[in-house]
Write a protein that binds this ligand. Structure first.
Ligand code: ADP
Length: 455
């Protein structure tokens, strides 16, 4: 889960917990206070009824009832039961009629006021003593007003709880989006920086907070990276340049000696080997130079309109020179009728290096078995398919074949350096294209290269 969502969740759960606890506390407190006030009102009435019952003079009894009527009024469903001390039978039958717990009766016997609540009805029990005579009054009533109050309070608290949850969640979400927007901006900017534009830097906010610290730290790191990349790039470029001249001389000299008819067959064979090996070395140094250049600044190269079918012919020529006896064949069956669809915009030298590397790999890893090159096009791309019947690439290593200097585990008996494919990939990407590889060990490999048509 994203930190942004985690913060919203924690924020909402925490606030929900606090609001819920407060609501429960408020509900219990209010319900206790309403119940206690109702018990009190019921006890006052129970006392009046008890004293009225204990009056010997019946005119006095009616005075008590008058007072109750005028000043207190009746409570909803109000009922009173009087038990005289010596009327134990009535007490027993009452116990059966009113299924109240034993503790309630025990409290009355201990001469304490007893209270109990069951099925919306409040019960009180009291001992009333007057002029040495003692009676027990059991009174009950329903607090309709209190029950309604509590129901309203419950609805109010539930609605309030749900509405505040919605508010907290919405504001939490907006708040976290706002908090994380500078971080998202940094991520976007960092994603846009690659080896091609290492000179770019992140914008640093003027307010001195953690986010601006983070941006400054990234910028410092990019400074160090740029310097290291430049040193490495210059080294590879210089070394490749230095190798080029002696290699051209070796290849030229061996070619000159090959044309001499006076040399023996053994010497000729030896010069042929020197010539082939120096051609390979030249190809390798050119590849390294191109890799260094494309990896850092492809704009150094010249761009022009290129016909892909012509380019593939020249790739085949180079392959024939480097690997004589290869099985490369170009198939034109699916060539688009509209020639415009064969034209792309790019750098010929680089594209030739890229395609040569892929085609030469196919020849090498299939021991010169047939390699089929197909050219076709769709609406946006010209597509070149290079299929071989070679050793294939193990599935689990497929993701690494574009990593510089990586070589698959089944390439033991083949010579190589692991820079051809990364170079090809860099070049195709530089041309806004894409390479798709599909391979099966022991069956073969197919490279599908997509390059945008120039229209
Ligand atoms: P290398 O010099 O080793 O050929 P590359 O960079 O050209 O280096 O290729 C990287 C790796 O990709 C190779 O070592 C090989 O394992 C694999 N690979 C590339 N092309 C093929 C192919 N046509 N068939 C099988 N494996 C291939």
């Amino acid at each position: 889960m994203k930190i942004q969502n985690r913060i919203v969740l924690i924020f909402t759960i925490l606030t929900a917990g606090i609001i819920l606890s407060l609501s429960i506390f408020l509900y219990i407190f209010t319900s206790g206070s309403i119940a206690s006030s109702f018990y009190h009102r019921l006890e006052v009435r129970a006392k009046l009824v008890g004293h009225a019952a204990l009056q010997k003079d019946k005119s006095q009894t009616s005075i008590y009832y008058d007072i109750k009527e005028k000043h207190l009024g009746d409570l909803p469903y109000e009922q009173h039961q009087i038990i005289w001390k010596n009327d134990l039978k009535k007490a027993d039958s009452l116990k059966k009629k009113l299924p109240l717990p034993q503790t309630f009766y025990d409290e009355i016997i201990r001469k304490q006021p007893a209270r109990f609540f069951k099925n919306d009805t409040s019960y009180v029990g009291m001992n009333i003593t007057q002029s040495g005579e003692n009676i027990i009054v059991l009174s009950s009533a329903v607090d309709l007003y209190g029950l309604e109050e509590m129901e309203n309070l419950k609805n109010l608290l539930t609605t309030g709880f749900l509405i505040s949850l919605l508010f907290v969640f919405t504001f939490g979400k907006l708040f976290s989006i706002q908090i994380f927007s500078p971080i998202r901006r940094i991520i976007r900017n960092v994603k846009g920086i690659s080896a091609h534009n290492l000179n770019q830097r992140l914008a640093v906010d003027s307010n001195k907070d953690e986010i601006s610290d983070l941006a400054t730290t990234f910028n410092d790191m990019l400074d160090r990276l740029e310097i290291t990349f430049d040193i490495q790039n210059n080294f590879v470029s210089n070394a490749s340049h230095e190798f080029r001249t002696p290699l051209t001389i070796i290849s030229g000299e061996s070619q000159l000696n090959l044309s001499d008819s006076g040399i023996s067959e053994t010497v000729r064979e030896s010069f042929r080997t020197i010539f082939h090996e120096s051609e390979k070395m030249e190809h390798l140094t050119n590849s390294m130079l191109s890799l260094a250049q494309t990896g850092f600044d492809g704009k150094k190269e010249k761009w022009e309109a290129i016909r892909i079918d012509e380019l593939m012919f020249s790739v085949k020529e180079t392959s024939d020179k480097i690997m004589p006896g290869n099985g490369v064949e170009i198939n034109f069956d699916e060539l688009p009728e509209n020639e415009q669809k064969l034209i792309i915009s790019g750098n010929e030298t680089l594209l030739k290096a890229a395609f040569s590397n892929i085609v030469l790999n196919s020849c090498k890893y299939s021991d010169n078995k047939p390699v089929l090159i197909k050219i076709r096009a769709d609406e946006k791309f010209v597509i070149v398919e290079i299929t071989d019947q070679g050793i294939g690439i193990p599935d689990r290593e497929m993701s690494q074949i574009f990593v510089p200097f990586f070589r698959a585990s089944n390439t033991g008996k083949y010579k190589g350096y692991g820079i051809g494919l990364p170079l090809a990939n860099n070049i195709i990407k530089l041309h806004q294209g894409n390479i798709v590889v599909d391979s099966e060990v022991g069956v073969g490999t197919r490279f599908i290269i997509y390059l945008p048509i120039e229209i």
